[in-house]
Design a protein. Sequence first.
Length: 87
Amino acid sequence: MGAEETINGVPVTEEQIAEWAAEAEAGYDIAALKKRGRGRPGRGAQPSQVVALRLTTEELAAIDMAAEREHKTRSELIREAIATYAA
């Protein structure tokens, strides 16, 4: 194995690979794996919906700059703007 093999910047060793192989060969607790859930956590009691929106590069840049300035994510900023508008 070459030195370029990493996980999150940390080199993977032959010993780690052997441990992972032994773990896989021993089998996994499927019930425990299923409990972990999938995807992003919900935002509330009800499921959220994804809405596609087309923006120009200028609009997107303006949103990203505002989000950075306010230390928020793009999604947070857009949700707040919609909530303010809809109120």
